[in-house]
Design a protein around this ligand. Structure first.
Ligand SMILES: C[S@@+](CC[C@H](N)C(=O)[O-])C[C@H]1O[C@@H](n2cnc3c(N)ncnc32)[C@H](O)[C@@H]1O
Length: 312
């Protein structure tokens, strides 16, 4: 049944997103400032800035007293204090960035092609924050399933693992982790690897070459929806070559026909990738079997599925 509560204008996202984009949030990071000074620093129209500030005060992001504006403590914790329970960083900015692609959906339906998107360092940072929030509720349970029945010493290849959300809990269980992601993601995330954990980062497109094995386990977290059947088939074959005999592949994604989020994700990939989508269990099974793996065992964690298969 249609949910009328969802058919609303995303005003908070638009206001908070605009506050980040126009530089207001960054201008207040160091502390309170007169509105007039902020307008000058971020080169804003004074009247327009006052309207935005008023709306953000109403929403609880800012405080305003005697024409001096400050981040509200709750907003500061959310944006800038990683040790706080309320911390999300700039994860919401990933949703804000996606609005443009989604508004192009009618055109995408016509052409079948996603709109052009630029991948600036800023957008990658937002994406990393969004991935952390996405993984947070399930990471430990996913890692448990991926390692079920295995014990260290283990070498694990984490493909597309640049946000480190799974690499860190794998490494905390004593696994030697090799993360392979795009060079720009690796450059951004390398300084954030917690000290003392065995995590090596490789900046290389996995469609060109995989980090040399051997690995007992390969983990593919939320990457099969970025690519189409041909790329996934090739990727699974490549993974088979870097695993030890009997090695394990563990795939985390929304399986079409199993997850109620899959249909939405399918459209999300339509507007944001050339060939991505969500794939059925029988499609995964066929690609895995073609690469030399046995049939996968599929288990659900919340709305996501973990598929585990072994080389025959
Ligand atoms: C949706 S995110 C998933 C991140 C993480 N695995 C997780 O589940 O939270 C996809 C990641 O795969 C990386 N990626 C996508 N295509 C890639 C490729 N061809 N080679 C290397 N990394 C890739 C992206 O840069 C991004 O960090």
């Amino acid at each position: 049944m249609p949910n009328r509560d969802q058919l609303v204008f995303p005003d908070e996202l638009l206001l908070a997103g605009a506050a980040v984009r126009c530089g207001l949030i960054e201008a207040l990071r160091a502390g309170p400032r007169p509105v007039a000074e902020v307008a000058q620093v971020i080169e804003a129209d004074h009247r327009a800035l006052e309207r935005l500030i008023e709306a953000l005060v109403q929403l609880g992001y800012l405080e305003l007293e005697n024409s001096v504006v400050a981040l509200a403590p709750e907003a500061r914790r959310m944006l800038f204090e990683p040790e706080s329970e309320d911390y999300t960083g700039f994860a919401f900015m990933h949703a804000y960035s996606r609005l443009g692609s989604w508004l192009a959906l009618p055109e995408v339906i016509r052409t079948g092609k996603p709109p052009r998107k630029e991948r600036s360092p800023e957008k990658i940072r937002y994406f990393m924050d969004a991935m952390r929030e996405h993984a947070r509720p399930v990471a430990d349970a996913v890692v448990d399933l991926c390692l079920e029945g295995l014990s260290p010493p283990l070498r694990l290849l984490d493909l597309g693992g640049g946000p480190l959300n799974y690499a860190v809990p794998f490494a905390r269980r004593g696994v030697a982790v090799t993360v392979q992601d795009m060079p720009e993601v690796v450059a951004l995330m390398a300084p954030l690897v917690p000290p003392g954990l065995e995590i090596k980062l490789v900046g290389r497109d996995f469609r060109e070459e995989l980090a040399p094995g051997p690995f007992e386990v390969a983990f593919l977290g939320n990457i099969t929806h970025i690519y189409g059947p041909d790329e996934n088939r090739d990727l699974f074959s490549g993974v088979a070559e870097v695993l030890t005999p009997g090695g394990r592949i563990a795939i985390l994604d929304y399986v079409r026909g199993v997850s109620t989020r899959a249909a939405y994700m399918g459209v999300n990939m339509l507007v944001s990738s050339a060939s991505g989508g969500v794939w059925r269990a029988d499609e995964y099974t066929a690609w895995l079997e073609a690469a030399g793996f046995g049939p996968p065992r599929i288990r659900s964690i919340e709305e996501r599925q973990v598929l585990v298969a072994h080389l025959r």
